[in-house]
Design a protein around this ligand. Structure first.
Ligand code: BGC
Length: 271
């Protein structure tokens, strides 16, 4: 983990769901690099969570691994309770855990639909609500953070780009957009900032199948004007900045970090 000379999150505590791999792991490591103590949540992959925590602690940071299935209210509440018992409070919650269960629409089962909505959307509802409750309970700490608390929802370019074969996933991300905006509107008077990060194609396990062969990678790059697949660390840096006082006047926004995927490159020489 890079040592950061500018600990803009010093004295703060963060919780990152789905931090056992991919974007969540990179976000947890980045928040720690900027000085936050971090809860590394995982659903199934204890080894992955421990690996994330080791990167943090090896660099002198603070990490606490907690298991919870974000789609289960009792588990989310138990996780927040444990985190608050250990750290005293939380200042930053990154609601990141997400899954894809892909299927052609005509064959999509209710179970496939429900599973993705439960984890990606209901899971974010539960974590955003518990985060906001904790920020309100704790009250202001202006010496640590201008805002009462910062919530970052991990969305996707698919909150706006329709995605055939992934209707459950795209629907969950569209839902996250309104979850984020509506909670941002409701919580802004309390000085809680709620924003989303919408990554494009980032090199993580979730999209391995789209990058498996050189042909697949080439097809993927055709959707990315900037001509590279994103690095999880790109998202980590953005999350650390968005959670900091430097971004104190940003709320209710989705920040797309996608190498231009949402520029609809198919129209560059068509339409
Ligand atoms: C999906 C990835 C996909 C990317 C761009 C993400 O939200 O999880 O599988 O590569 O969007 O389509």
């Amino acid at each position: 983990m890079p040592q950061n000379p500018h600990p803009r999150l010093a004295g703060q505590f963060a919780l990152v769901t789905g931090a056992s791999s991919g974007i969540g792991a990179a976000v947890a490591v980045a928040l720690a690099a900027y000085g936050a103590g971090v809860v590394v949540n995982y659903g199934h992959d204890l080894d992955g969570a421990n690996a994330t925590a080791k990167v943090i602690t090896d660099a002198g940071g603070t990490a606490l691994v907690i298991k919870a299935d974000v789609s289960q209210e009792d588990q989310v509440q138990a996780m927040f309770k444990q985190a608050i018992e250990k750290f005293g409070t939380l200042h930053i919650v990154v609601s990141n855990a997400g899954i894809q269960v892909d299927s052609p629409f005509l064959d999509m089962t209710l179970a496939q639909w429900q599973k993705v909505i439960d984890v990606n959307l209901t899971g974010q509802f539960l974590c955003v609500r518990e985060a906001a409750r904790e920020f309100v309970r704790r009250g202001p700490q202006p010496e640590v953070s201008k805002a009462l608390g910062k919530i970052i929802c991990m969305s996707s370019v698919h909150e706006v780009i329709p995605w055939a074969g992934h209707v459950n996933y795209a629907s969950s991300k569209g839902g996250i957009m309104q979850l984020m905006k509506s909670t941002a509107q409701e919580l802004a008077p309390r000085k809680i900032r709620v924003n989303s990060i919408a990554p494009g194609a980032i090199a993580t396990p979730i999209n391995l199948s789209a990058r498996d062969t050189p042909e697949e990678e080439k097809a993927l790059l055709e959707l990315i004007p900037y001509n590279r697949v994103g690095d999880p660390a790109d998202i980590g840096e953005l999350a650390a900045w968005l959670a900091s006082d430097e971004a104190d006047y940003i709320t209710g926004q989705t920040i797309f970090m996608d190498g231009g995927m949402t520029l609809y490159p198919g129209f560059a020489d068509g339409g």
